[in-house]
Design a protein around this ligand. Structure first.
Ligand code: GLP
Length: 253
């Protein structure tokens, strides 16, 4: 695990952009695992800028998103489908047929989950997975006490997650209670993972992810056992880490 602590959200986004853009340049047929949430918005803005200014080409890239709310139609502005099209897919040249997002409206959810993992395997596996982190250290929608061996599956959202995500909805009642999420095993099979976090409300989750015990109580802690993870945080999100990790780049183990 490597940690890069930056001075600001903008710098965090820039570091992530270098990694994702570098991946796509070096392997134009890359399979990217993508995340939603406020955290990666700066990354997507930068990738769009790199596409427009120097022609970063996404035409051979395949993408798999981490999660989607159950019961949410793709055209619903609160859906992760909508988010991804608005912030990224509609602004670059990823081919529609190469975009995959869990189907929140699937009639047979277990079958849809199984098919999703199968498709990831058939496309050669995820080269680079982008992650945000929840305040309770969830990744994707893998909430505390998740089974580490789970692949893509239906999850029940924690009250804390429902409260945190209520800002995107009219009120807390409107937040879906269930989602489909890539499982921890699906995430751990990615060849390289980058985890982004910004702001003081993520400091505790980052501490658990980077130096807490590896435990399903803090799902992101499993990343300590991944062979190629880069954690990119701003100073506020790093504020509860040991002093030496609060500036610059470090190889942790
Ligand atoms: C959601 C998503 C996660 C995301 C997290 C943090 O629950 N399922 O993938 O990382 O929230 O979101 P934000 O970046 O908005 O803080």
């Amino acid at each position: 695990m490597r940690i890069i602590t930056t001075e600001s959200y903008q710098e965090m986004s820039l570091e992530a952009t270098k990694i994702v853009a570098g991946q796509v340049y070096l392997k134009p047929t890359s399979v990217l695992g993508l995340a939603t949430g406020s955290t990666p918005e700066g990354l997507y803005d930068n990738l769009v800028a790199v596409h427009r200014t120097i022609g970063l080409d996404f035409s051979e890239v395949t993408t798999f998103n981490l999660d989607e709310y159950i019961g949410m139609a793709p055209e619903n502005p609160q859906s992760y489908h909508y988010f991804m099209h608005k912030h990224f897919f509609d602004l670059v040249n990823v081919r529609p047929e190469n975009i995959f997002i869990p189907d929140g409206c699937a009639e047979d959810v277990p079958a849809a989950c199984k098919a999703y993992d199968k498709l990831i395997r058939e496309k050669g596996g995820i080269d680079l997975q982008v992650l945000g982190i929840g305040r309770n250290a969830h990744i994707g929608f893998n909430e505390p006490d998740v089974k580490f061996e789970a692949t893509t599956h239906k999850v029940k959202l924690d009250d804390e997650t429902i409260q945190a995500n209520a800002r995107f909805f009219e009120d807390e009642e409107a937040v879906p209670r269930y989602a489909i999420s890539m499982g921890i095993k699906t995430i751990m099979l990615a060849r390289h993972v980058i985890l982004l976090a910004s702001g003081p409300e993520k400091a505790e989750a980052v501490k658990k992810a980077v130096c807490g015990s590896v435990s399903p109580a803090a799902p992101a802690s499993i990343l300590q056992l991944h062979q190629d993870v880069t954690v990119i945080v701003d100073r506020e999100a790093a504020s509860m880490l040991p002093e030496e990790y609060q500036h610059g780049a470090h190889e942790i183990f």
